[in-house]
Ligand binder design. Structure first.
Ligand code: 3HC
Length: 718
């Protein structure tokens, strides 16, 4: 591939009357930008004007991706709604022209077919997709705060049906090859080796009239619901309700997408396209879009970050992984590892525990098989990569060993010594969430090989990995932990060792303050509702039940030891723990539980609070400030202390680790939005009301005094 930025992205060669158009932009992926419009026009003119061409096939010149959508860099640089709207209209025009060509165009898709890329495919006359794990289709625009802006809101429902289309447009979810075929998103699914040949064949058949474009056949329920205005009104109403329930109104894009789709059905495609373009322009200027785009840039930058400053350091490949401790976390790590080509050996104290761990791995894979994400054969192959036992058989050749045993320093040091004896070459990672890595490494024979890998639970769902470096950890060890985390599909941030590392440390004052609100007489429902309204996926009191009250208590004690008064847990939490409640796992916490299912808040808890049984009302804003501001403040302290390398890592860590509202961009982005001076003002006011817990970090005060921000006020954020 040539990297000359000025060379053409599109090329055309004619093979036996079929034009093979290859899209190979001078960039890592094919993205649609305004420079390309002219190139596409020229290609279309050639197709129309050259009688020797009967049909065309559109391929990608990239190994693993087809078209990744509109150019996000270009979108991020737009400064007016009118410009964004124009970009959408020019994309629509280009694809209208493609769709109206008299000669059939077949999309030969291998690799990522996303956003505007899928819209290109939708405008083609036939779609052949390679049956390969890299081939994924999606309209991820809502995840950037946008809606499909090149006709997707009109073409997709007409191709696969209204409900199926809304499901993709409103969630941005990824569709894998077999599902794409079932949905009717693509017409053929073929082995990658014959993709081009089959696409050429289809192009010939369409040109000869031996094949016609497939028309969608609706099922009976679809016909009842979708093919008449009354039924569609029901579908749209349900969609709006679902979006409202899921997003609590924080994200405007899905609502705008529903309106654009509805407009197309009510008043025709031209009006639908108009609504789509206007909404695209409007949404591109929203703060939500800016924050979500920032998160895209931040996660993309982290993919390239080796975790160490020295570019010469090479990560060691991890092919064999040993896991000590087959509990919930150990089994979770094993589940993800086997799916990413690692041979896994688990060690635990008893065969029952090993069986439990293997069963947990199987359960997740079974679920994927049930959802048709993998075949039975693939599932069996994957399961064959994990085994276990009560001794260290199989650990000798491990490249990496992760311990996930009980949170006790002596126990973990014992495991480390055993591993160092049998596998002297292996890197040793602790999955601790509270024990400083430096303390663990103190007794190590090879402390340079000791590192922290803090996975979040449940491991197969949570996207973040915190890699923790102690002063003795070598660069090679860090780079290996980071590279392996990425291999597992995780977004990885590297943090310096310290109590609670980053994520649990910034979470602590937030949870403590939620408890303090209970001390003061707020109700469980009201506290959780206020923070759900702020944008968290679960409220803090429910989160405490999920984490486990005993665990929260233990890590709370470590925080107080390390940071003193500002981390003192609430009286309520202490008393609730003393009362023997442990949260969901014990069937009793701040809520009642019935066979593991969370019920109503348990009002009997109030008798344990200093305020007693009676509850009083607090304003949502007050509860949000009391819980969120100390969390932001602690994040800044983590930056001050060097625990965090950058605000970027802190923002990504909070969003991916604890579900900090993505539309706010992260704690540091929130501070920039409010302004450091305003954050300091509010923290000081709280510190006057509750001395000792809210004193602003020195860095925040400095920034407030100088009017500084963490990120540039305009332009590319990173
Ligand atoms: N625009 C601009 N640059 C893009 C891009 C896009 N749509 N997609 C990827 N890139 C760039 C990345 O920034 C990165 O650049 P860099 O190397 O200079 O930092 C490079 O391509 C490689 O990307 P990744 O490191 O992410 O590579 P991966 O192989 O891990 O992933 C991908 C590839 C699956 C395509 C992933 O990058 C991705 O999901 N991209 C975003 C897709 C997306 O959101 N598309 C919708 C855009 S909005 C739209 O289409 C609007 C339309 O409806 C009008």
């Amino acid at each position: 591939m040539s990297t000359d930025p000025m060379r053409s992205a599109l090329s055309l060669e004619v093979v036996d009357g079929i034009a093979v158009i290859t899209f190979d932009a001078p960039a890592p992926v094919n993205a649609l930008n305004s420079r390309l419009a002219g190139e596409f026009d020229a290609i279309f003119a050639q197709l129309e004007g050259d009688d020797a061409i009967r049909a065309a096939v559109l391929c990608s010149g990239k190994a693993d991706s087809w078209i990744a959508g509109a150019d996000i860099e270009e979108l991020a640089a737009i400064t007016s709604a009118a410009d964004a709207e124009n970009l959408s209209r020019s994309g629509q025009r280009m694809l209208d022209r493609l769709s109206a060509l008299h000669k059939p165009v077949v999309a030969a898709i291998h690799g990522a077919c996303l956003g505007g890329g899928l819209e290109v495919a939708l405008a083609c006359h036939w779609r052949v997709l390679s049956d390969h794990p890299k081939s994924v289709c999606a309209l991820p625009e809502v995840q950037l705060g946008l809606l499909p802006g090149a006709g997707g809101t009109q073409r997709l429902p007409r191709l696969i049906g209204l409900q199926a289309a809304l499901d993709l447009i409103l969630t941005g979810k990824t569709v894998r090859p077999r599902k794409a075929r079932t949905l009717g998103l693509v017409d053929d699914l073929v082995h990658p080796a014959i993709l081009r040949a089959v696409a050429m064949q289809r192009a010939r058949e369409l040109a000869d009239g031996r094949r016609t474009r497939v028309q969608r056949r609706s099922g009976a329920t679809e016909l009842l619901l979708e093919d008449n205005p009354v039924g569609r009104a029901v579908v749209f109403r349900q969609a709006r309700e679902q979006v409202q329930k899921k997003t609590r109104g924080a994200y405007p894009a899905p609502f705008a997408a529903i309106e654009a789709v509805a407009e197309g059905y009510a008043n025709g495609i031209a009006r639908g396209l108009d609504a789509e373009a206007r909404a695209f322009g409007r949404l591109a200027m929203t703060d939500v879009c800016r924050q979500l785009t920032f998160l895209f840039f931040a996660t993309t930058a982290l993919k390239k970050d080796s975790g160490v400053a020295n570019a010469d350091v090479v990560a060691r490949p991890v092919r064999r992984l040993g896991i000590v401790g087959g509990g919930f976390m150990g089994a979770g790590i094993a589940t993800v590892a086997v799916q990413h080509d690692t041979l896994v050996r688990i060690k635990d104290a008893s065969l029952e525990r090993i069986t439990g761990a293997l069963r947990a791995v199987r359960a997740v894979l079974e679920e994927q098989r049930r959802r048709k994400r993998r075949t039975r054969l693939e599932m069996d192959d994957t399961l064959a990569r994990v085994s276990g036992g009560t001794d260290l058989t199989g650990f000798r050749r491990a490249d990496l060993v992760i311990e996930a045993v009980f949170e006790d320093l002596a126990v973990k040091r014992g495991v480390l010594a055993e591993i160092e004896a049998v596998a002297p070459e292996a890197i040793f990672a602790s999955n601790t969430s509270t024990i400083p890595i430096a303390q663990l490494a103190e007794t190590a024979a090879r402390p340079e090989r000791v590192v922290g890998m803090h996975f979040f639970s449940p491991v197969h769902k949570m996207p973040l990995l915190e890699v923790i470096t102690a002063p003795t950890t070598s660069d090679e060890t860090v780079a290996t932990a980071v590279a392996y985390g990425k291999q597992l599909g995780k977004t990885v941030i590297v943090v310096r060792d310290g109590p609670g590392f980053y994520v649990n440390r910034m979470l602590a004052p937030y949870l403590n303050e939620a408890g303090a609100l209970l001390d003061d007489g707020a109700s469980i429902e009201a506290i959780d509702a206020a923070l759900l309204a702020y944008g968290f996926p679960v409220g803090p009191i429910t989160l405490l039940d999920e984490v486990g009250l005993d665990i929260a208590g233990k890590s709370g004690a470590i925080m107080v030891d390390a940071f003193g008064d500002r981390m003192v847990p609430s009286r309520t939490l202490q008393r609730v723990i003393e009362s023997g409640r442990t949260g969901r796992k014990g069937g009793r916490g701040f809520h009642t539980y019935d066979e593991g299912k969370r019920g109503a808040p348990d009002a009997s808890v109030y008798a344990l609070t200093p305020a007693g049984a009676s509850r009083r009302a607090f304003a949502d804003g007050d509860m949000q400030d009391r819980t969120v501001l100390p969390m932001l403040n602690e994040a800044v302290r983590c930056l001050e202390d060097g625990v965090l390398r950058s605000p970027r890592d802190g923002d990504v860590g909070a969003v991916f680790g604890i579900g900090y509202p993505p539309f706010r961009g992260g704690p540091f982005r929130t501070i920039d939005t409010l302004g450091a001076a305003e954050v300091v003002r509010r923290l000081e006011a709280l510190d006057t009301r509750f001395p000792g817990r809210f004193a602003p970090a020195a860095r925040l005060r400095d920034m407030a005094a100088r009017g500084e921000r963490f990120y540039p006020a305009s332009g590319r954020p990173l």
